[in-house]
Design a protein around this ligand. Structure first.
Ligand code: SME
Length: 156
């Protein structure tokens, strides 16, 4: 797969979807669908959003892929919880080597979690699981950070 071309096209498609008349949940779901359908190694794509009432817990939002038991994740737990504390993108190229990890499916080999900030405030994350070992490069990180910035400014 030619990442540069696929990511460029996806940025345009996501931009279009976010400008459409769809509601917030539909737009988030559409972003998941676009990413999962165009990038062969993005096997589970979903949003976790900060539970505003609690302030220290993530709640599962729209996603594409197998259902997960992890619908609520306290800050600090698992890769998602760690990204919420560290407030930076976390790449785990081999989940079998990660001690602070919440398993969703035995098929998952690697994961990237990208925090979302709205006007500087941490509001949620984009979480992607892959069935491939170590597929994520800096290109993925830069691309996904652009995607979440668009989501933050146009949807959240
Ligand atoms: N693996 C994540 C949990 C969420 S699932 O990947 C959908 C974690 O360790 O936080």
């Amino acid at each position: 797969m030619e990442k540069r071309r696929v990511f460029r096209e996806l940025l345009e498609e996501v931009d279009k979807a976010l400008a459409s008349g769809m509601g917030r949940e539909e737009k988030l779901k559409k972003v998941c669908e676009l990413l999962a359908s165009k990038v062969p190694y993005y096997d589970w794509v979903g949003f976790y959003l900060v539970d505003e009432a609690k302030g220290d817990e993530l709640v599962l939002g729209p996603f594409v892929g197998e259902p997960t038991e992890h619908v609520r994740i306290p800050f600090g737990r698992g890769v998602c919880g760690r990204a919420a504390v560290e407030k930076k993108t976390i790449v785990v190229q081999d989940v079998s080597k990660e001690s602070n990890y919440l398993a969703c499916s035995p098929k998952v080999k690697s994961e990237i979690v990208v925090p979302i900030f709205k006007e500087g405030k941490f509001v949620g994350e984009l979480d992607i699981d892959s069935h491939e070992h170590a597929p994520f490069t800096d290109e993925d990180r830069v691309f996904l950070e652009k995607i979440v910035d668009m989501v933050a400014s146009k949807v959240l």
